[in-house]
Structure formats: C-alpha cells, structure tokens
Design a protein. Structure first.
Length: 61
C-alpha cells in the first residue's frame, strides 16, 4: 500500500466515524438522559472529522 492509499483509508474511516456521530446525535433528542454539553462536543467532533476528511482527500500531490 502506498502512503496515498493509507491516507485515503484514514480519510474514509474518519468519514464513517463522523457520519456515525451525526446519526447518533440526530436520534439524541429522544433520550431523556442526553446532556446538552455532550451533544455540543459530539457535533464539534463530527465537524472536525469532516474537516480532516476533506483535508486528506484534497491534499496536494
């Protein structure tokens, strides 16, 4: 595997993780024990993962 393929695999893993976090947060309003601060931190983490994905996929060659 070339370094480029490894970075693309990491980017895909981050994309799936970010999508999963967003999906969980979309259902979080149904949970009475859900805390607002945890939700905000999860959204921030998901957005940071998507920034990493964009950075890895569109890196200069």
């Amino acid at each position: 595997m070339t370094p480029e393929h490894i970075l693309n695999a990491v980017a895909m893993a981050c994309a799936f993780l970010g999508a999963w976090i967003i999906q969980v947060q979309m259902r979080a309003h149904q949970c009475t024990k859900h805390q607002r601060s945890a939700g905000v931190l999860a959204w921030i983490m998901a957005m940071l993962l998507w920034v990493v994905v964009i950075g890895l996929f569109f890196k200069p060659i």
